[in-house]
Design a protein around this ligand. Sequence first.
Ligand SMILES: [Zn+2]
Length: 226
Amino acid sequence: MIGVSGLGAEAAAILGAPPMPVALGALGLRTRRRKAQGTRLRRGGETRACLSGPIRNASARGLHARPPPRYAAHMTSPFRTHMDAALAEARAAAARGETPVGAVIVDPATGVTLAAAGNRTRELLDPTAHAEILAIRAACAAVGSERLPGMELWVTLEPCPICAAAIAAARIGRLIYGAPDPKSGGVEQGPRIFDHPQSHHRPEVIGGVAQAQCAALLRAFFAARR
Ligand SMILES: [Zn+2]
């Protein structure tokens, strides 16, 4: 049974036991034990009681802080990468004999992946069947809208001008790409679509994410074909 003598009424209520007052002088002698209690409490996810000196003392005085807010399991950090999923799509494209480019569209508010696709230009006999275009089409179908405001598009290669124009038209909030494409890129090289005065929308652009992995996949694919 976890002792609750150093906790406030709130934490004690969570633990199902009444709070008991503790003399501050006793805390110094029992610091080690209280830290251990704090660890056990934190693992329970209920309270931050007994974590450090000021909080511990506040607990002892009955000035217990509110428990930290609980987060739903599906919520993700805004810094979570989805390039691994895009890379998986790129590898699958290579296995189909397509240029290894993969893309995923994610709702950053929920972490839910709306669409994932790799290049299918050969399979579909369609020069516009790039990973980004296919992912945008699938995501728009998933949400029932021709626009994807606030969504993130992760792609292993800098988008070409066709895809960049589609990204702007879809009002995608953030573009994250892996390898730059000096030959066919249209975002930060070549026509720089988002910088063009006719572009109706400019997403936030982050390039060079997992760049070495994304570029290596393309190099290996084309080296094997020479
Ligand atoms: Zn493209």
